[in-house]
Design a protein around this ligand. Sequence first.
Ligand code: PAF
Length: 312
Amino acid sequence: MLIIRTVAELRAHVRGLRAKGHIIGLVPTMGALHDGHVSLIAASSLRATSTIVSLFVNPRQFGDASDLAGYPRTEEDDAARAQAAGAAVLFAPSVGEVYPDGYSAEVRISGPLTERLEGAHRGPEHFHGVTTVVTKLLNMVAPDVVFFGAKDAQQVLVVRRLVRDLNLPVDVVALPTVREADGLALSSRNVRLSSADRRRAVAIPRAIAAVVEAYRAGELDVPALTARATAVLADAGLTAEYVAIADPATLEPRAVVDGPALLALAVPVGPVRLIDNTLLSPVLADSPVPALSGAGRTGGYVQQVPQSPEKG
Ligand code: PAF
């Protein structure tokens, strides 16, 4: 596995790949790789001929200093996992390489997409930090295709808007959330859960399952549906920061689920804050609950993947 730390070295490497006709896939990560990341790298290895994994814990997207300080850093393991999953390069720049002294640029998507849900709770600066670093990574690597996990459905929407609004020549692919056997969505933050908190965290997929079950039984009223989730969480001693049912494209809050809707929630569990989501859709209403049963089973919301016009 080639580990690259500077933009100059990365560009030289990518030039070499391009000269040989490679199709380049980028999997942006903040490290602590888990099977969700592995699924993105594996998908990239199928679609691209060379996969670059970036590992950068981006300080600009953390509002909470303790979350940044406690974020797991496991570069050696990450390099081994990325290589085993099919990546050729780990791009792991320092903070100074990405944000040199005097750095002052910011790329932001303004408006409801970054102000709702996570934006309302973590502050829109969170997404400004994400769109800034994603733009920089796309400029540094210049990949043909970039991969994201659907666990952060709002991030996928924001990145798609970024790519559309700035005409960035890259295809954005979102892949389903990967879950533990008991339904908990994989997250780099899960390693910070104590065993008691880990047991309580399973209430999150159970809360989702309770909403899905009620929806399938014909309940369409949003306050009644979200109350199901809140009750399951309360039984486990958890209080959500939010349980929201919103338009899956605009994130506008819904009062009634009269079409496909995104169910999204954020729940503090011990020292971390976990997010999860699923799509409530009349089309899926008769199919088995995706994802909430079985290790490695996937689920959660995945938007259809439009090809960017620039890439044809
Ligand atoms: O999803 C993440 O891990 C991060 O938000 C990303 C996309 C790597 C940007 O820092």
